[in-house]
Design a protein around this ligand. Structure first.
Ligand code: NDP
Length: 514
């Protein structure tokens, strides 16, 4: 058993995730079911939903891929990352029960005959398990295959609901496009076959508990939102740091890089959640309408501002967690002269009334000193310091997304004693401590939302394209200028020197990685 599998087997599922009402019965067709994402993330997420009564007891999962496999072999493969424990009762029995809902289908993604057979198989499942014609297609193949699958689903008549009241939905894995043009082409193709209301573009960061809590924190409490503007905020930092290298995804990463892989999706999603206005209510349209306004208000970067405000890096050999690790160019599957960036730091300006003049500093990278995903709001200093000779750190509010989910508010406090000294202290909230449980895997949250038709945490066509519109000029500027001398940061560090200069030139500093 791999070490990852061992970790999954030890996972304890918290028991406060039961659903009062299960989803509609449905068939879930997972394209690319023989792959890494399906095994490591999607099947465990579905198990989580099944054992917490979130999926209808009659659901069926049909794994679709080219690899020849029997139902039994697929079920055996599916157990690799399932936890040993179940929230109630016997874990072994719960796993066995879940596996009985899993079937496998060998087919070719671009072969019409495969889809005609798929249609028949789905009809048979509908009859056998009374699924009512409800279907969820999950695209978990490499993105180049998506257009072929979408086209064939349309041709086979599988994209539209058959019966009144039944539904057909499709989840599209990230990355959504390689640039603005390919994202627009994919949107156009999806929308020629499905309606926008059927399309769920997934970004698993949005399923994380802390990310959702950001909205509750801002809009469910009276005291923070009035501070959330240029009147009180000095700057915002968003960090998505990984200590892992490129792992088994070199082929994908070589053609993507950190800007496409992380900034275009996760980091800009976080930016729009931090900066958005209050939605009229918490439904998908209202929330997504506010999010896209943020992306549309970000000042576009021209070639000159890319040069000044965007830093790219690539890791060289170094030491992470006491272990020597190779540089990016020495990773298996990576070009020895690769100019792919594994780190990006950038400064954005949001040109609207709320945020005018407040810099948003974003950074993401691989093989950094520690894994950390956080949003840090730095507040302005007190306007006048009455405590002579005492330097007081400005207040900051940090929303920790990974590894320890929580929120921390820092302020100055008098150090006990006869002299007046001020020290920074923090009020901390940790999910695990407050609620006695860690967070559910983001994929479980998002699939649960999708089978219930709630698209709030999914991306809309216009916002994917708006995010690419911000990233495309950076890609263009990079293409037309030589990359910096890579590698330019050692594995296990906090990134290239130029990233520090980006914020220090403006009298600020990055928060150290926790
Ligand atoms: P894999 O490379 O494991 O591919 C999934 C399956 O797709 C494979 O088992 C294979 O199945 C089929 N496949 C692979 N290459 C091709 C090809 N060139 N042509 C046709 N079919 C092919 O991908 P992942 O599971 O890692 O990722 C799936 C999707 O999810 C990707 O879009 C990825 O970007 C995204 N994603 C993945 C994450 C991860 O952690 N793995 C995280 C976030 C997103 P078969 O040969 O049996 O048909």
């Amino acid at each position: 058993m791999s070490s990852r599998a061992a970790i999954a087997h030890e996972a304890v599922y918290p028991d406060n995730y039961f659903c009062e009402v299960p989803s509609d019965p449905c068939a879930i067709v997972m394209f690319g079911a023989s792959g890494d994402l399906a095994r490591r993330k999607l099947l465990p997420a579905l198990y989580d939903l099944a054992v917490h009564s979130c999926l209808a007891p009659r659901f069926r999962l049909l794994g679709f891929a080219r690899t020849e496999m029997s139902n039994e072999a697929f079920q055996k493969q599916a157990t690799e990352f399932l936890p040993d424990k179940a929230p109630s009762g016997d874990g072994k029995a719960a796993r066995q029960d879940f596996l009985q809902h899993l079937q496998y289908f060998t087919g070719n993604y671009d072969d019409g005959e495969s889809y005609r057979r798929l249609a028949k198989r789905l009809e048979a499942l509908d009859r056998e398990a009374e699924l009512g014609g409800n279907r969820l297609f999950y695209l978990a193949t490499p993105p180049a295959v998506y257009p072929r699958i979408v086209e064939q689903l349309g041709r086979a008549g599988l994209a539209k609901p058959k019966n009144d009241g039944s539904w057909v939905r499709i989840i599209v894995e990230k990355p959504f496009g390689h640039d603005g043009a390919s994202a627009r082409a994919l949107n156009a193709q999806l929308l020629s076959v499905f309606d926008e209301s059927q399309i769920f573009r997934i970004d698993h960061y949005l399923g994380k508990e802390t990310v959702q809590n950001l909205l509750v924190f801002r809009f469910g409490n009276g005291i923070f939102e009035p501070l959330w503007s240029r009147n009180y905020v000095d700057s915002v930092q968003i960090t998505a740091a990984e200590s892992l290298g490129v792992e088994r995804r070199a082929a994908f990463y070589e053609s993507a890089g950190a800007l496409r892989d992380m900034v275009q999706s996760h980091v800009l999603q976080l930016t729009s959640l931090v900066a958005m206005e209050t939605p009229a209510n918490f439904d998908a349209t209202a929330v997504r309408n506010e999010k896209i306004k943020v992306l549309q208000s970000i000042r576009p970067l021209d070639r000159n501002s890319v040069h000044k405000h965007v830093v790219r890096g690539q890791y060289g050999p170094g030491c992470v967690n006491g272990e020597d690790v190779p540089g990016y160019r020495d990773e298996p599957g990576v070009n020895r002269n690769s100019s792919t960036e594994t780190f990006v730091a950038l400064k954005l300006q949001i040109d609207n009334w709320r945020w005018s003049g407040v810099p948003f500093y974003l950074r993401t990278g691989k093989r950094l000193a520690h894994p950390a995903a956080e949003i840090a709001i730095s507040f302005k200093s007190a306007p006048h310091m009455v405590f002579q000779g005492e330097a007081v750190e400005p207040n900051s509010l940090v929303l920790n997304i990974q590894p320890q989910e929580g929120i921390s508010l820092s302020f100055g406090a008098k150090t006990p004693g006869t002299k007046l000294h001020i020290s920074p202290v923090a009020m901390d909230f940790y999910y695990r401590r407050a609620f006695g449980a860690g967070s559910r895997e983001a994929y479980a949250t998002l699939i649960n939302d999708c089978v219930r038709g709630d698209a709030t945490l999914f991306d809309r066509a216009d916002s994917v394209e708006a995010a690419w519109a911000l990233v495309d000029p950076i890609l263009d500027a990079w293409r037309s200028s030589p990359p910096p001398a890579f590698p330019n940061y050692p594995a296990g560090s906090e990134g290239p020197d130029a990233a520090f200069q980006l914020v220090e030139a403006e009298g600020r500093h990055w928060r150290p990685l926790p």
